[in-house]
Design a protein around this ligand. Structure first.
Ligand SMILES: [Zn+2]
Length: 103
């Protein structure tokens, strides 16, 4: 298969589509996936709360809060499918329901 030709063919047909009124970007769930018309309340807020407009600007977390954050970051869990041990966020992303051993 000539991927370059397939890509060019796909792009050339997509460029013919009229995108006016296409508003998927700020919907919580894309309309194409069955979502409604409700807007994501955080869409476009990045600039409104950046720098000195951020509620935490110039403040520091209390020692108690810092200890809670450190405890959570240091916590390790292991995958029931492959037995690997790792941080919560990485393990939830790459293991449990997404573990390679399940496939
Ligand atoms: Zn695993």
């Amino acid at each position: 298969m000539n991927y370059s030709e397939a890509y060019k063919s796909l792009i050339s047909t997509r460029q013919l589509i009229n995108h006016s009124g296409y508003t998927e970007l700020h919907h919580i769930k894309p309309k194409s996936l069955g979502g409604g018309d409700e807007k994501n309340p955080n869409y476009g807020n990045g600039a409104k709360i950046s720098g000195d407009r951020n509620p935490m600007y110039g403040k520091k977390h209390s020692e108690a809060t810092r200890a809670k954050i450190a405890d959570k970051a240091a916590r390790k869990i292991n995958c029931p499918h492959c037995g690997r041990i790792g941080s919560i966020s990485n393990m939830k992303r790459w293991h449990f329901d997404n573990c390679k051993k399940l496939k």
